[in-house]
Design a protein around this ligand. Sequence first.
Ligand SMILES: [Mg+2]
Length: 365
Amino acid sequence: MKITNVETYLLDVPLKQKAITDSQTRLESVEFVAVRIDTNEGISGWGFNWNYTKGSRAIQTIIDDTYAPALKGEDPLLHKSLMKKLHYTNHFIGQVGITRVALCAVNFALWDIRLKVANMPLWRYLGPAKEKVKAYNTDGGWLHTTTDELVRDMNALVERGFDAVKMKLGLPDPREDYERVKQVRQSIPKEVKLMVDVNTVWDLKTAMVWGRKLEEFDIYWLEEPMNPFNKTDHAKLAQALDVPIAVGETIYTKYDFREYIEAGAVDIIQADATKLSGIDEWLDVAALARCHDLEVIPHTNVQQKLHVQLAAASSNVPMVECCYESIMDIWEDPIQVVNGYYTLPEEPGLGCKLKDSVLKDCRIG
Ligand SMILES: [Mg+2]
């Protein structure tokens, strides 16, 4: 089998709900770079990556100018050696960030070809560890809502069958965060897990003071409290607080995860295959976490179907994030959540192709 063509699509997909916010971002649409890799045997693989700020044209350019020429004529089923070749293609212009996010989209397309040849979905190909995957929901906890709206939205998720929910923190005054958590905790059943997410905006002192205060509300984890590059401060925080510290959605290499783990700076590994260089590196991180008896609970926003399959094939992934449900129908065969559990896909391939109508109507490059 040989690769004959690589086609990229730059897309801007609007949300169907009003703009949503966390402590870093106000979000009205999601950018995608979709990649299609064609072969001489009529099988095409689809990959993607996403971004909720602008700038994905740079990702498309990396694929078009550096990865696509290196892929043509190669055997896509030798994808591990291809990944190594592509990685070194961009050795001097950055081995993380945009080059890696672009490499990840290619990795997904190569896996899609492999899985279509094998005639299996990803989770069955890797070997199932479980037959259903629990979901926790983030869609009720955005920062732009009033406290009354927040309480209403979080309770609506519990009524839908979710027994684990997450809310955003990181308002300019942490006392407001504290009050919102208090109101939510008092309004949802005590057996419902409540997680909080700062999206990296606290410094160590703020995290020490307010992380400790929030422990009275039985917080299941404190997510991304500080700048992810500062492992030392995360280690100090993790050692000082009882609440588990979760990081991973802005960590781009397995080597960084190793350093976090070895420093005792993380309790919950939120590895995201779309931030690492794809499925292979995510599996490496899950194995690394198993070596330290740590759980992986992947970060997602639009990429649930991918991570649900990785969770189904992993013994140390108890649940997967669910959010952005209002745009799930951009995918062909979108994944469903019923009574707090994801339904696993059965179609061969990775199952992460955007609908033709989305590829046509939302294309900007
Ligand atoms: Mg987060």
